[in-house]
Design a protein around this ligand. Structure first.
Ligand SMILES: [Fe+2]
Ligand SMILES: [Fe+2]
Length: 141
């Protein structure tokens, strides 16, 4: 996976950017590690994704994000794939998961960041600005 690059990855919402930095760092560790470390790191990736998706879910709910269902079902789909892959990893079958970490996951992340996560960040910024403009008139965030 590519290194973190503000120009490509930063969405301007601090909580999301911090989470995405962590995601990229973890995927890079997984792509570079040897077989003995892979299983433990893959568990960490699962933990990360659970928190990552929960945190975005919370941001979507408190800001009443209109595409909540679509975005969450995408999170659930990917998390389900990772859980399934983790079963193979914990049994020592690393070939497919390794290929996925190097290709599929990066592709998924880039697409997801550019579409659903960017839409969420834009919504959060709009809602935040509205709150400032109306001096507390909207009960958001
Ligand atoms: Fe995200
Ligand atoms: Fe997301």
């Amino acid at each position: 996976m590519q290194a973190w690059d503000d120009a490509v990855h930063a969405l301007g919402v601090a909580e999301m950017d911090a989470t995405h930095r962590e995601f990229i760092a973890l995927v890079n560790l997984l792509a570079a590690c040897d077989d003995t470390d892979f299983a433990a790191l893959f568990e960490k990736l699962l933990d990360h994704c659970r928190l990552h998706f929960t945190s975005e879910g919370r941001l979507m709910r408190i800001s009443r994000f209109p595409a909540l269902n679509e975005h969450e079902s995408e999170h659930h789909r990917v998390y389900g794939d990772l859980v399934q892959m983790n079963r193979a990893v914990q049994r020592g079958r690393l070939l497919l998961p390794r290929a996925f970490v190097k290709q599929g996951l990066e592709e998924w992340f880039n697409d997801h960041l550019a579409s659903m996560d960017s839409a969420l960040a834009a919504h959060l910024k709009r809602v935040g600005e509205a709150r400032v403009d109306l001096s507390g008139g909207l009960p958001v965030l």
